[in-house]
Design a protein. Structure first.
Length: 438
């Protein structure tokens, strides 16, 4: 519970301060085993801090509100709202000297130094794995390593950031770190820096955990999405899922399926490719995560400004049988959920060799589509018929709660106008502050 947010919201509703204090005291004692006096002092201090920081004006204290919440717009839910918000983040960042910048919506960013490419990327832990810190650390690490590998880089160092709310057990830190270093040690990539904090300091009660793992990699040949060209073929490995599938299994009462996600197949396949003679001929690579194939192929088509066509026929056979059975049982769209499979885009004459190299790592791969001339759109061939292949507003709902919140909301265009206004205001503020500083 965010006690500061509770007080601010209550004040906007013109609830008398005495009532706010009493309500907050009750909420605090629901969360913490403390006496009445401590709870009263706690509540009073929160109210005083909120009052003294309310009504401040100026660039350092105010921001242009979009009038749209993260949940309403689907930010973090790997669908059309999320993709739109990320493009607005890229707008605020602006053009940089990066070889692959955030505007290209790739798996990682690339800069060049001393004749070598340096790749950085970061992945947050799955929000629903807070109560399972080992899984959270394991899958966040595997995810960030996937992102650096698919840019054509060898990972050289990992960094970690973890935040646990005030009532969280300190042991979560250790279990989370054990999850990270299981992957790190298996691949020989050191975890060598990080940060540990409480969520919201004293202002957030409960034991919720969140965090991320970042990685730095080096490369001589980068495999960015923009390098995809008409004539290329799409090759995809088998996938057994990661944090999303683990979460699906846990919250549907099928915890036995979590074991399917504990592997390093993807990373071993990438390592085999990077160390092979065919690697320089690969144009692009990505992992099937952002809203599943629907999301990733849509982003690739936009970035490469070409039409990307996916054939549905081989896809089900590339999903681990237990995972596919779970998705079918729960009615989850396998095209709209993260499978953690590797997608390689390359000229057709190298396809067989790429498949052979991946097989040396014990991983199966098949052709699933192609890139052709045309506008930057994605298409799906199903039962021999080609049609649109668009991401939905959110990724396929994969927990009971996600099925509840996956319902029609506010008008998307109306929300976009609020998002546009807020992004432009943030960019203008940045420019004002730069003018002051430089």
């Amino acid at each position: 519970m965010d006690v500061e947010g509770f007080v601010r919201r209550s004040m906007t509703k013109n609830i008398p301060e005495e009532k706010i204090e009493k309500l907050l005291q009750e909420r605090i004692q629901e969360m913490k085993d403390i006496d009445d006096g401590y709870a009263e002092d706690f509540a009073r201090a929160v109210i005083e801090e909120v009052k003294v920081t309310s009504g401040l004006t100026g660039d350092l204290f105010e921001y242009e509100h979009a009038g749209v919440t993260m949940g309403e717009f689907g930010v973090g839910s790997r669908g059309s709202g999320d993709f739109y918000a990320h493009r607005k983040i890229a707008r605020v960042i602006g053009k940089t000297s990066a070889k692959v910048g955030v505007d290209q919506m790739d798996d990682g960013g690339v800069v060049q130094a001393n004749g070598q490419y340096i790749i950085t990327t970061v992945d947050g832990m799955h929000s629903r794995l807070s109560d399972f810190p080992y899984l959270a650390g394991f899958h966040a690490t595997r995810a960030t390593l996937r992102d650096v590998y698919v840019m054509g880089a060898r990972p050289v160092a990992l960094i970690s950031d973890v935040h646990i709310a005030d009532d969280g057990d300190v042991a979560k830190l250790f279990d989370y770190t054990a999850g990270i270093t299981t992957v790190a040690d298996a691949l020989g990539v050191p975890l060598n820096a990080g940060s540990t904090l409480r969520i919201g300091g004293d202002m957030v009660l409960g034991d919720r955990m969140t965090g991320c793992v970042g990685v730095v990699g080096v490369a001589n040949h980068i495999t960015a999405r923009r390098s995809s060209v008409p004539g290329d073929v799409l090759l995809m490995t088998e996938g057994s899922g990661g944090g999303t599938i683990a979460t699906t299994a846990l919250y549907s009462g099928n915890a036995d399926v979590v074991e399917e996600t504990i592997n390093l197949q993807f990373l071993k396949a990438c390592d085999a490719l990077i160390n092979s003679e065919v690697f320089p001929h690969i144009h692009a690579m990505t992992d099937i995560t952002n809203g599943g194939l629907r999301g990733d192929v849509f982003e690739i088509a936009e970035t490469a400004d070409s039409t990307v066509v996916v054939d549905d026929a081989p896809l089900r056979g590339l999903i681990a049988p237990k995972v596919l059975a779970l998705l079918d049982k729960l009615g989850i769209d396998y095209l709209g959920v993260s499978l953690d499979a590797l997608l390689v885009i390359a000229p057709p004459e190298y396809a067989d060799e790429i498949i052979r190299v991946v097989a040396t790592a014990g991983v199966r791969m098949e052709r699933i589509g192609c890139v052709r001339e045309g506008p930057g759109v994605s298409r799906l061939v199903k039962n021999g018929v080609e049609g649109p292949f668009q991401p939905k507003f959110r990724e396929a709902p994969y927990t009971p709660l996600k099925k509840v919140v996956d319902r029609p909301g506010r008008d998307f265009d109306e929300m976009k106008r609020g998002i546009d206004r807020a992004a432009e205001a943030a960019l203008a503020k940045k420019q004002r502050m730069l003018k002051k500083l430089l």
